[in-house]
Design a protein around this ligand. Structure first.
Ligand code: PLP
Length: 285
């Protein structure tokens, strides 16, 4: 693979980052994952905008412009011959001379930017979309700025492992009795045809796919309600699903061992997946 590190395109085996990088020592960094379908980037503008916001919230300067970022994405997709896959981007606060809790001076410690691609042939035809996912619920013990897309992914990784151990695919996190989101996706239920998902706040990541799906749902005259829901309500729902840049819209068919409806992916999730893939490809660049 060819990867990008601080201005250079290099074979992945030659790419280097300092051991003093605050991303490595302190998870002091942000990231984005953009999907590639048919060689084109899905919702690049949305990801670039959220990246800018994440950086701003953490007082980090963007080392490249949005235009440069797009060019790097495109170069990597081309150099690595990606038709379907993902582009991972990470910006960390860089490597000061020594480990210290205080942020280093950005004038002397530039941020570190790293991008690489992941080849995922047939990304949009995942068999999982036909079968649906099984989720468990776990407590949400993450920090309270989940709207910033930081690389602090230890608890979500642990959640994924808890799900795996339970023979499931993912975990929905619960706080104060309400579902926040999945380990790496936004969570939805469908009741009486209505799509219900938690409202935006600092409690969840503002999913780029979520924004697009809610827009497409409204355009298709589907009813959407942004509000909190409990895991009990979810278990009684007609359908459930998740959204993320890499999974698009993925149905959920089981929650904490209880099957939803007939235990098969529901029609609303299936329709939204179709609409999302169709519509987002139209604006892919
Ligand atoms: N919520 C969390 C915690 C995530 O990590 C992600 C994606 O990585 C999402 C939601 C979905 O966001 P997006 O649709 O922008 O991929």
């Amino acid at each position: 693979r060819t990867v990008y590190v601080n201005g250079d395109y290099l074979p992945e085996t030659e790419a280097k980052v300092s051991i003093f990088d605050r991303g490595f020592l302190m998870a002091d960094g942000v990231y984005e994952v953009t999907s590639v379908l048919g060689g084109k980037l899905i919702d690049f503008a949305g990801h670039a905008k959220r990246l800018e916001r994440s950086l701003g919230e953490l007082d980090m300067a963007a080392p490249v412009t949005s235009e440069e970022l797009l060019e790097i994405h495109r170069q990597l997709v081309e150099k690595n011959g990606i038709t379907d896959g993902l582009v991972y981007l990470q910006i960390t606060r860089g490597a000061p001379e020594d480990r210290d809790f205080a942020f280093p001076d950005p004038a002397t410690t530039p941020s570190t930017i790293v991008l690489f691609t992941q080849n995922k042939p047939g990304l949009a035809d995942s068999p999982a979309a036909k079968v649906g996912m099984k989720v468990i619920s776990i407590p949400d013990v993450r920090w309270h700025r989940r709207d910033i897309k930081t690389v602090q992914l230890l608890y979500p990784s642990m959640g994924k492992m808890m799900a795996k151990k339970a023979g499931c695919d993912d975990a929905w996190m619960i706080e104060d009795g309400f579902v926040t989101e999945g380990t790496s996706n936004n969570a939805y239920i469908v009741k009486g045809g209505k799509i219900i998902t938690r409202e935006l706040s600092t409690d969840i990541l503002h999913g780029i796919t979520r924004a697009a799906v809610l827009r497409f749902a409204a355009e298709a005259q589907m009813e959407v309600e942004e509000r909190n829901f409990t895991i009990e309500e979810a278990m009684q729902a007609d359908e459930a699903f998740i959204t993320s840049a890499s999974a698009f819209v993925m149905p959920v068919v089981e929650i904490d061992g209880a099957s939803l409806g007939d235990g098969k992916p529901g029609p609303v999730a299936a329709r939204l997946r179709e609409i999302y893939l169709e519509e987002s490809l139209k604006t892919a660049i």
